[in-house]
Ligand binder design. Structure first.
Ligand code: SF4
Length: 307
């Protein structure tokens, strides 16, 4: 049987395979290394965005340069930034992302091996036994609603997309339980089409960085997208989510141990003492922790000095 990775490779995508947590991970080579594919996300974002409004008197040029420098520094801190949901096919990623609502990726990853061993196709989900699915999904919370979602998802895929996960934003968002965030996760990570995933971490950090002042996820997506090349959108999303989960927490950001402190207008929102701050950081290996900060002396003032 031809697997998803083979199908993608036949379609021209470059695919790498790694083992992650005992499960095979299918990862597409970042779009940077490939010829650009048409992206409805990109077109959509590009059409809707004028530009992120500069804040604090910072020029547009300075804002873009600072944003891209932050992205580079975060790339050094989190060289392994990736989608933290385990999956091997677009369908698995779509289902896992739907299941991740109101719970952690770790919790989702704890149930999906059993789920995907039993439910392999959209048709399997469409005809799924409700009681069986509820039992499997119970640890993720809201399991009755999620059971309904995955059954409805399977039915919609079978009825309208021949059982295949579509690779266009406008199609994905018509599926039950699928919004722009989920759609962009699938586009960026299963199809290699650049997408910005505005979850709670991405939104919070974008505002702390002064990239936007908006609380509206769609506006955040558009404004932040306008600061970067499309090819960088997916990895930018991973890096901000990694940074939000590990260092720039909602309540206690570890500013004193933050690699982008010199570039962040919100420095001081959290603990600035280096020793205390370092204790707040989660899951960063010492080697990454001590990586060069990437910001030189010219970056001391985060606003208006980089143009
Ligand atoms: S300096 Fe503080 S607020 Fe800014 S990104 Fe770092 S941890 Fe977050």
């Amino acid at each position: 049987m031809v697997g998803a990775s083979e199908v993608l490779e036949q379609a021209g995508a470059q695919v790498t395979r790694t083992t992650h947590g005992g499960r095979r991970r299918l990862a597409l080579v970042p779009p940077r290394a490939r010829s650009a594919r048409p992206s409805t996300v990109s077109d959509d974002a590009g059409a809707a965005v004028a530009a992120a409004a500069p804040v604090g008197g910072e020029s547009r040029t300075a804002l873009v340069r600072r944003a891209r420098r932050i992205n580079r520094v975060l790339a050094e801190r989190y060289p392994d930034a990736h989608c933290e949901l385990d999956f091997t096919t677009p369908l698995e990623l779509l289902v896992a992302t739907v299941l991740s609502a109101q719970t952690t990726d770790v919790r989702v990853n704890s149930v999906t091996p059993r789920l995907f061993a039993k439910y392999r196709t959209a048709a399997d989900f469409a005809s799924g036994d409700r009681e069986d699915l509820e039992t499997i999904l119970q640890p993720t919370g809201f399991f009755r609603a999620k059971t309904q979602s995955v059954i409805g998802l399977g039915q919609a895929l079978c009825e309208r997309f021949d059982g295949e996960v579509p690779n266009r934003l406008e199609d994905l968002v018509t599926l039950p339980g699928v919004g722009r965030k989920t759609a962009n996760v699938v586009l960026g990570n299963a199809f290699g089409i650049p997408g910005i995933t505005v979850d709670t971490h991405f939104g919070r950090l974008s505002r702390r960085f002064g990239w936007t002042v908006s609380e509206d996820p769609v506006q955040v997506e558009h404004e932040v997208g306008s600061l970067f090349e499309k090819r960088d959108w997916t990895m930018l999303s991973h890096r901000l989510i990694f940074h939000g989960r590990r260092t720039c927490h909602a309540r206690k950001p570890a500013c004193g141990a933050c690699p982008v402190a010199k570039l962040c207008p919100a420095y001081g929102t959290g603990e600035t003492d280096p020793e205390k701050a370092r204790k707040l950081v989660k899951d960063v290996p010492p080697a990454q922790f001590d990586a060069p900060e990437g910001a030189g002396p010219e970056d001391v003032s985060p606003l208006g000095t980089l143009a």
